[in-house]
Design a protein around this ligand. Structure first.
Ligand SMILES: C[S@@+](CC[C@H](N)C(=O)[O-])C[C@H]1O[C@@H](n2cnc3c(N)ncnc32)[C@H](O)[C@@H]1O
Ligand SMILES: Nc1nc2[nH]cc(C(=O)O)c2c(=O)[nH]1
Ligand code: SF4
Ligand SMILES: [Mg+2]
Length: 214
């Protein structure tokens, strides 16, 4: 099996309970909730995506086998073997993650986080499962480490999600893919209001966006 990779880069985890942690990001190409083409955005299940995940043309992108991919992740991490941390994202990473890749990353000492929309069951070897549900999709992965709900999503049954088996419940304000500042401000206000009303949930900011990181 080979993997279609959009990009791989060293940065800090920007979101969630591990925000601020040094991390190699491995972004897989392709998603099951949107083609990634702007012409399809309005008819997609997930319409607010902030990410280009089409093709293999990004930094260190390409088609890799498991060992070559894990070697590339390790090379980007660098010499220090301690606290090795990789974030598998996309696109939808569960379309491609398998035994061979998780094994190759673990062999090289990495702790593996995955950012997934939860429509495909998480691979059991992943160390930290972050699920971000999308309204209108069927979330089968209702357990893990963090549930990161982008807000607002009209119609979302967040009350039902409070019974899912996660350690952390996070609300992340929806960024506007078209860059509309008024929408961004309104979404931030709605997210703050939500957390003020529902203390089970904590605010997750996309800190990389204001830190100037990738
Ligand atoms: C690009 S997605 C890739 C992983 C997976 N497909 C998913 O949706 O979880 C990575 C994270 O960014 C979040 N995200 C995407 N677009 C966003 C936006 N416009 N505002 C805030 N978070 C966003 C997703 O919900 C997810 O938590
Ligand atoms: N720095 C940084 N942190 C992130 N956390 C989740 C991200 C993602 O796109 O999955 C992301 C990302 O794209 N960049
Ligand atoms: S599910 Fe994730 S990668 Fe797919 S379109 Fe939505 S936010 Fe983007
Ligand atoms: Mg991102």
């Amino acid at each position: 099996m080979s993997y279609a990779v959009k990009e791989i880069f060293l940065t800090l985890q920007g979101e969630g309970a591990h925000a601020g942690r040094r991390a190699v990001f491995l972004r897989f190409a392709g998603c099951n909730l949107w083609s990634g083409l702007e012409k399809d955005r309005a008819s997609a299940i997930c319409q607010f995506c902030d990410t280009d995940f089409i093709g293999m043309d990004g930094e260190n992108g390409g088609r890799y086998h498991a060992d070559a991919l894990a070697d590339k992740v390790a090379a980007l991490w660098g010499e220090n073997p301690a606290h090795r941390y990789v974030v598998l994202t996309g696109g939808e990473p569960m379309l491609q993650i398998d035994d061979a890749l998780t094994h190759a990353l673990h062999e090289r000492g990495f702790t593996i986080t995955m950012e997934s929309n939860g429509t495909i069951a998480a691979h059991p070897a992943i160390d930290w499962v972050c699920i971000s549900p999308k309204y209108g999709s069927d979330v089968v992965q209702q357990s893990g480490n963090e549930l990161k709900l982008v807000w607002p999503q009209i119609g979302t049954n967040w009350q039902g999600m409070e019974n899912w088996a996660f350690d952390h419940f996070l609300i992340q304000p929806m960024d506007d893919a078209a860059g509309n500042k008024d929408k961004v401000a309104a979404n931030l206000a709605a997210a703050i209001e939500f957390v003020q009303q529902h203390p089970k949930w904590r605010l997750s900011m996309q800190t990389h966006k204001f830190l100037g990181l990738q």
